[in-house]
Design a protein around this ligand. Structure first.
Ligand code: PXP
Length: 269
């Protein structure tokens, strides 16, 4: 079964918009996480950025203490945050690029360029019982390097796919909220019109799986583009934030999570 990790960063983004630096405020990412888990989410993802743009240190500690679920901590491979992770002991750390130099042209982590330091960090985290995931573009060389680091997971960056999908939708003259939208078969997207990224995600997932990596995916996923993404094999978990938090504003977090889980039931691997 395809698992859902809900990324709650944008709940914190909303709080910080009003209460930055005050150590309090609403909405609470921890309360939101509790509702997601009660609604059936398989895990919670939070990104503790070096600049503390949204999630704060107190959030991750509170999440760990008060929400009984699999915690996936997104973070940069930098000593300050690695030290926090080693104390916090999330179930999984997903290493992501935060600085321009760490990013490939396609937006994922440059594992090829940072293989040695990523391997060292992977070892430290694994020694503390934490699984490691690397957020990478579906690039053959990056996937091969990810396997060499000994990481347990890759998270394939779906941002470019999501952008292509949105562009295709606007070319067809329908808005993503069109009631007919989910009648569009995935094959229609992959036809001559659309995605160059979808075939890359498909072959990237195959390559990663063959190398013994577990395959997650995330960034820019929403209810409109998911049926197309389901052509990608071997997916274990999707990390979805913005679209669920956005939807929660109108229908509530519980309903937003349940809708997404229902849609994800259609994945056949
Ligand atoms: N996966 C990773 C590694 C991320 O950094 C993010 C947040 O940007 C997500 C998934 C979730 O992306 P979104 O908020 O677009 O669903």
């Amino acid at each position: 079964m395809l698992k859902l990790g809900v990324n709650i960063d944008h709940v914190a983004t909303l709080r910080e918009a009003r209460y930055r630096g005050r150590g309090l405020g609403e909405p609470s990412p921890v309360e939101a996480a509790r509702i997601c888990v009660a609604a059936g989410a398989h895990g919670i993802t939070a990104h503790l950025r070096e600049d503390r743009r949204h999630i704060q240190d107190r959030d991750v500690w509170e999440l760990r203490e008060k929400v009984a679920t699999r915690l996936n901590l997104e973070m940069a491979d930098v000593p300050e945050i690695v030290a926090i992770a080693l104390k916090l002991r999330p179930d999984v750390v997903c290493l992501v690029p935060e600085r321009r130099l760490e990013v490939t042209t396609e937006g994922g982590l440059d594992v090829v360029g940072h293989e040695k330091s990523l391997t060292e960090t992977r070892l430290k985290l694994n020694d503390a019982g934490i699984d490691v995931s690397l957020f990478i573009a579906p690039d053959e060389n990056q996937i091969a390097a990810a396997a060499r680091t000994g990481s347990q997971f890759v998270e394939l960056h779906t941002g470019r796919f999501a952008d292509e999908f949105a562009a295709a939708r606007s070319r067809w003259g329908e808005t993503p909220s069109s009631p007919d939208f989910d009648k569009v078969a995935p094959a229609d997207l992959g036809g001559a019109t659309a995605s160059t990224e979808l075939p890359r995600l498909i072959s990237g997932a195959r390559q990663a799986h063959a190398l013994g990596l577990k395959v997650n995916a995330g960034h820019g996923l929403n209810r409109e583009n998911l049926p197309a993404l389901f052509r990608v094999p071997h997916l274990v978990e999707l990390n979805i934030g913005h679209s669920i938090v956005s939807r929660a504003v109108t229908v509530g977090m519980e309903a937003a999570v349940k809708e997404m889980l229902l849609l994800m039931d259609n994945y056949n691997g």
